[in-house]
Design a protein around this ligand. Structure first.
Ligand code: SF4
Length: 216
């Protein structure tokens, strides 16, 4: 089974339980619909990263205080500032179904989330390849709002990428991304080789890793 289909099933909360044929068919048709209309885009920029006292990180004039992010970025001299979006079309499709078919809306939501995750992984592979040629290894993506990395940093992150103009990505006053199916993240880059798992720390077997991304 395709990984993004498995992910969508997981987002729908089926866990290891068998999924019925009707729902599976709805998932497959939802991916087809989404893939026809979405206009996925991403952008990134690479910056120097400084580590300061008291779990503070600095990217140019941008200062971030976060224990969990500092831990994940330990040993990283550079940072990739990253954003990706499925675009407004996915939101429009979900809004349209929300008027008529709630079950389908829930499935489309899950499929869009899985599609976005897969896209981000592919983007990160591309960035990783470029950074690897320069002698850097990437850590997993770390998004504002995760752990104690304050979601209010979203504004600074989007600003550094000029994300509104470059990929049509903005935010609301409460820092929620618009379009909704979008991701922003910082990705640490270190010259120390780490065998980071493509899907991040949660699925990585290195439970004793000192850089492990956690929510504390
Ligand atoms: S736990 Fe795994 S994925 Fe996370 S930082 Fe360590 S090696 Fe990378």
């Amino acid at each position: 089974m395709d990984r993004k289909i498995k992910e969508a099933i997981r987002y729908l909360g089926y866990g290891s339980h068998a999924i019925d044929e009707k729902t599976l068919a709805m998932i497959e048709s939802s991916f087809e619909e989404l893939e026809k209309i979405v206009r996925m885009r991403f952008i990134y920029r690479i910056f120097e990263l400084s580590h300061e006292e008291g779990n503070r990180l600095r990217i140019g004039q941008w200062e971030i205080e976060s224990k969990s992010l500092s831990k994940n970025m330990k040993g990283c001299g550079q940072v990739v500032v990253f954003a990706a979006t499925l675009g407004t079309e996915a939101d429009r499709l979900m809004r349209r179904y929300a008027l008529t078919d709630m079950a389908k809306t829930v499935v489309i939501q899950a499929c869009a989330a899985a599609l976005l995750e897969e896209y981000c992984d592919a983007c990160q592979d591309e960035i990783s390849e470029q950074m690897w040629q320069e002698g850097y290894y990437l850590r997993p993506r770390f998004s504002p709002g995760y752990g104690d990395f304050d979601i209010r940093h979203q504004e600074r992150l989007l600003g550094l990428l000029d994300a509104g103009k470059s990929i049509g990505l903005t935010m609301t006053e409460s820092c929620m991304l618009v379009p909704t199916k979008s991701v922003t993240a910082l990705i640490g880059a270190s010259t120390t080789k780490t065998a980071c798992h493509r899907q991040g720390c949660e699925v990585c077997e290195k439970t004793d890793c000192i850089y492990r991304r956690d929510s504390r």
